[in-house]
Design a protein around this ligand. Structure first.
Ligand code: GDP
Ligand code: MN
Length: 384
């Protein structure tokens, strides 16, 4: 789950990472009231989950109440790269001497956390990586050992962060790492991390992605779910409790187990198709879950065929089949189904499907994953 900048800053503040005082507004009047309360100069910042807001005109300095009102009026309702600005964040403006970059992510291949640190912040890190890759220090952190102040300071030295900013940077890195680990983030990024003329180091921006798998141990995340930006398909899937991620292709995918779902995407790609989504109905899925999954896929306008790939372990073939039959009775499917049903009670499942009298144009059964992928992709690509 991606947070807005203001939520990210509030999250940072829980871990004592210095951020500017500010508040969020949904209306011009609220924005002006916040600016008056904080005192000028303030920065008016569009809250959208996309980078480059500054360049797009979504970040403006205001020295007076009139400027605050003008900027709030202009920025609210603005379209930034397809994102509508519904909220603005007003914060005390900072004086900036230098801009750095810091982030923590998980490096899955290395099975370690990864710190990226650069003295060249304030621009997109991808641009720095392209123009001057050596300007980014990458440090792997063993999650068992964690990150101590000495190591953090050395990383800052290696990143050529100047002497007077070293202690402040190291302090923030240790706090940001705590936020990343204890706060269950997939990403915790500060760009820019600024050095003020006073010598203080400070987070001027916040990009935080929370690991939704950890939601159960963070009751305080409930408020973030309220503002979560999901497309219609994801919204529906979430309301039905499904593990769904919307993609751009034309083959709707339903599989049981995340591993099988991902392999299904791979196979669809290998035979020349593109997946419309990732959808894992999990182990032990019953008829209701299958019906809900089909309902979600059916709402996706780009879906041209639906590939159901089930290898039953705990999930039972007859439950899957019942779910499909039930769903077909409830919803008017926009695209034909190709199913590969194997594993526990697969034969009974296939018998249920056969006896339901579903026309071949609506559902075909294939014995292997590869054959089913070929069939689903052929339909989606219009070459059947
Ligand atoms: P982004 O463009 O969406 O990443 O938004 P940021 O929050 O990173 O802001 C972009 C740029 O606006 C920063 O790199 C700063 O140069 C500038 N900026 C933002 N806040 C302030 C501020 O308080 N004072 C000054 N002087 N510049 C700011
Ligand atoms: Mn930024």
């Amino acid at each position: 789950m991606d947070l807005f900048e203001y939520q990210g800053k509030q999250y940072f503040a829980r871990y004592d990472i210095p951020v500017s005082p500010g508040d969020v507004a949904l209306t011009v009047e609220d924005a002006v009231a916040i600016a008056e309360r904080i005192g000028y100069p303030v920065v008016v910042k569009a809250q959208v989950q996309v980078g480059g807001r500054g360049k797009a005109g979504g970040i403006k300095l205001a020295d007076t109440i009139d400027e605050a009102r003008t900027h709030a009026t202009n920025i609210l309702g603005m379209d930034i790269k397809g994102h509508l600005v519904e909220r603005i964040w007003i914060e005390k403006a900072s004086d900036i001497d230098e801009e750095y970059y810091a982030s923590f992510t998980l490096d899955r291949a290395a099975k370690q956390h990864l710190l990226m640190l650069s003295a060249q912040g304030g621009v997109e890190i991808e641009a720095v990586a392209e123009a001057d890759p050596d300007a980014i220090v990458k440090l792997h952190i063993n999650p068992v050992d964690g990150l101590d102040l000495t190591t953090a300071r050395q990383a800052a030295v290696d990143a050529k962060i100047p002497e007077r900013a070293l202690d402040g940077t190291a302090d923030i890195l240790v706090k940001l790492y705590r936020c990343f680990t204890e706060g269950d983030c997939d990403l915790a990024e500060i760009n820019p991390l600024i050095l003020k003329p006073t010598g203080e180091v400070h987070a001027l921006d916040a990009k935080v992605t929370l690991d939704s798998n950890a939601e159960y141990r963070h009751p305080e995340w409930a408020e973030y779910s309220l503002t979560e930006v999901l497309d219609d398909r994801e919204q529906l899937a979430k309301s039905k409790g499904l593990q769904y991620i919307g993609l751009e292709g034309s083959v709707g995918i339903i599989a049981n187990g995340a591993g099988l779902a991902m392999s299904t995407l791979d196979v669809v790609n290998q035979v020349g198709g593109t997946a419309a989504n990732f959808l894992d109905i999990g182990g032990g899925a019953n008829a209701d879950v299958m019906a809900a999954a089909l309902d979600v896929i059916n709402h996706d306008q780009s879906v041209k065929s639906i590939f159901i790939n089930i290898f039953g372990g705990i999930t039972r073939g007859e439950e899957v089949a019942k779910g499909i039959v039930e769903a077909l009775g409830r919803v008017d499917l926009r695209a034909p189904i190709v199913i590969r049903l194997d594993g526990t009670n697969a034969e009974e499942g296939r018998r249920i499907l056969a006896e339901a009298g579903i026309p071949e144009s609506t559902l075909t059964s294939k014995p292997t994953m590869l054959e089913a992928a070929h069939a689903a992709v052929a339909i989606a690509n219009g070459s059947n």
